[in-house]
Write a protein that binds this ligand. Structure first.
Ligand code: FAD
Length: 423
């Protein structure tokens, strides 16, 4: 075992962690390699997670959830990720991200719909990224045109996790009114239901050939006059114009979840490396007796503990506006640090195994492929650094070439507009 301290967890949080650890070892670990090899979504694990009460934990009790905290979810995610990244991601996306957004801003009917689907085992799909709008999400061209009581959605999203397996889809599109006026960016709910079939106008047009995380599909979705009733618009009180920023604020919890998956993979890899350091002998002694490896172990553990502290703090934090979601600044720092540290920890853990680490018979190569994604998805490490810097400076830091216009001066002392707090 790696160094285990409670890091300020309460007895009930420790008990939840222990329950999640036992589940991960008994139910998830034996399936992890197969899920990766077969590239099949693990419906058996989803059913087991639902039975154990790990899906929709953070939802309010009134909706069938457990009113669990984000930290509770983080503890479960960390344990799952030590065994299987795909399973951990399912726990993230049924407790954070889209479900947090709908719970915060959805109508009563939308909340009930989302909660029912999640408790039945659905992992909602969030649809933001487009071929020409990645980090620059606001450049999205998918459009929703209002026609009476419905919206017609047209466009394309790609790298959508769960494409083809998710039922609930949370689609972001640029909204146009009846007269063609640009209203801003809105979020729309649509359900792809196995019983009733895929809604007309929603198709999965490609599955990505991913490096890791192979047991769940990443896909391209095409919307061709997809008709969505107006009561399926998820609208914060500010309306469409500022809506995207607010919906994304609620989605921010997902960043903490993603950082935790990376940290959990690293924790799992370190456990393997530590056990092997005691078992494998060369030069007539366990390889753990070599100081070269001892110092690697110490560095790996130090990085892991720092990641854990940052993520636990991020999960406990609340936004400066007192919102129910993690503070964007703390969450961004935690994700940057944990995702980059995890890539290094897993890479070093693989090194402990020599040639064996490079084999597909051991989980290290799978972990190395899986962990690579976490500086990319859900806000790249570069874009998150821009967010952190803009908060530090207290300036908006527009990234478009013309974003600095009008440009009388870039000196905030002379240009009050640059003193506005960054989004
Ligand atoms: P680009 O935006 O093209 O960036 C390319 C490079 O340029 C990156 O290194 C980036 O950091 C850098 N860069 C870009 N702008 C700046 C800047 N201003 N300053 C400094 N550097 C910059 N999206 C969804 O909507 N839903 C999903 O479910 C989903 N799941 C995903 C799952 C996986 C496994 C992956 C890999 C991605 C997923 N994504 C999803 C997409 C993900 O959110 C995007 O990949 C991410 O936002 C980056 O966009 P991009 O890939 O187009 O890269």
């Amino acid at each position: 075992m790696t160094q285990e301290t409670t890091l300020g967890l309460t007895p009930s949080e420790c008990a939840l962690q222990a329950r999640a650890r036992a589940f991960s070892l008994e139910v998830v670990r034996p399936r992890a390699g197969e899920i990766d090899r077969d590239e099949q979504y693990p419906w058996d694990i989803v059913k087991a997670l639902a039975g154990a009460g790990f899906l929709g934990m953070t939802m309010p009790k009134a909706l069938g959830g457990q009113d669990a905290s984000f930290l509770d979810a983080v503890l479960v995610i960390e344990e799952m990720a030590k065994s299987c990244t795909v399973t951990a991601r399912i726990v993230v996306e049924t407790n954070m991200g889209a479900i947090s957004t709908v719970t915060a801003y959805g109508s009563e009917a939308q909340k009930k719909l989302a909660a029912r689907l999640v408790l039945e085992g659905d992992k909602p799909a969030i649809c933001i990224t487009e071929p020409d709008a990645g980090s620059d999400a606001m450049a999205m061209s998918t459009r929703a045109d209002k026609h009476g009581d419905t919206y017609l959605i047209n466009g394309k999203k790609h790298w959508i996790t769960g494409a083809g397996v998710s039922r609930l889809h949370f689609i972001f599109a640029r909204v146009f009114g009846e007269q063609g006026e640009d209203l801003g960016v809105g979020g729309f709910l649509v359900v792809r239901d196995e019983a009733e079939g895929t809604p007309k106008g929603l198709s999965v047009t490609r599955r990505e050939k991913t490096m890791g995380l192979r047991g769940r599909p990443e896909g391209e979705l095409t919307f061709d006059n997809l008709e969505i009733p107006a009561d399926m618009v998820v609208m914060p009180p500010s309306g469409f114009k500022r809506g995207f920023a607010e919906l994304m604020n609620a989605y921010n919890s997902q960043r903490v979840g993603a950082g935790t998956v990376a940290m959990g993979i690293a924790g799992g890899a370190l456990e393997h490396a530590l056990a092997w350091a005691k078992e494998r002998e060369q030069f007539g002694r366990p390889i753990g007796e070599f100081q070269g490896l001892q110092w690697m172990l110490a560095d790996m553990q130090t990085q892991l503990t720092a990641s854990r502290l940052m993520l636990y703090q991020a999960a406990r934090s609340r936004g400066p506006d007192g919102s129910a979601f993690p503070d964007p600044m703390i969450a961004a720092q935690a994700k940057i640090f944990a995702s980059e540290a995890a890539i290094k920890i897993v890479n070093d853990a693989l090194q402990f195994f020599g040639a064996r680490g490079y084999s597909r018979d051991l989980p290290l190569e799978r972990m190395a492929r899986d962990v690579r994604m976490f500086t990319i998805g859900g806000g790249t490490a570069q874009v998150l650094r821009t967010l952190v810097a803009s908060k530090m400076l207290g300036w908006k830091l527009p990234q478009t070439r013309d974003g600095y216009a009008p440009k009388p001066s870039n000196n905030p002392a002379k240009n009050p507009a640059m003193r506005d707090a960054a989004e």
